[in-house]
Design a protein around this ligand. Structure first.
Ligand SMILES: [Zn+2]
Length: 153
């Protein structure tokens, strides 16, 4: 059972808002296997609107969280806030087809089974895509000077 689950039976027709906290523990667990990337200390948040028409649910909103990554210039770890838009249409069906390359993939369509829409993977993937490939700790990055000074000590 995932952490972020919408029960379609408890959902009213029309628009409902869902707010969740993203704990660093959850995000850290989801980031296992992403080398050099850890969850930041700041808790994140999920703010979604679900628009339900029968069994079809359009899910739109934002997710944000913080990560601890390593600067490519000074090689020091630093925290960075990341955020992503979520826009996906959930249809009843076999979730296994979500991984297949169908035309509907491009349109942000996913399948759910039963009465529960599991959002853990969607939230994780949305966030992971926003983690910079070549992170730079910021304008005041000491750059290579810092590394050189460290090596001389
Ligand atoms: Zn740096």
């Amino acid at each position: 059972m995932g952490r972020f689950v919408l029960n379609i039976r408890e959902m009213d027709e029309g628009i409902s808002e869902y707010l969740f906290d993203i704990s660093p523990e959850w995000f850290g667990h989801e980031l296992e296997g992403c080398e050099g990337i850890n969850a930041g200390q700041e808790p994140g948040a999920v703010d979604l609107f679900a628009t339900k028409h029968g069994r079809e649910v359009l899910i739109q909103g934002r997710v944000r969280a913080s990560v601890e990554i390593t600067c490519v210039r000074c090689l020091r770890p630093f925290q960075k806030n990341i955020g992503a838009e979520v826009d996906v249409l959930m249809l009843p069906g076999n979730p296994a087809t979500n991984d297949q390359h169908e035309d509907e993939d491009d349109l942000g369509v996913e399948r759910y089974r039963g009465d529960h829409i599991h959002l853990d993977e969607l939230i994780r993937d949305s966030l992971v895509l926003e983690i910079p490939m070549n992170p730079n700790c910021g304008d005041d990055c000491p750059g290579w000077d810092y590394l050189e000074a460290e090596l001389k000590q």
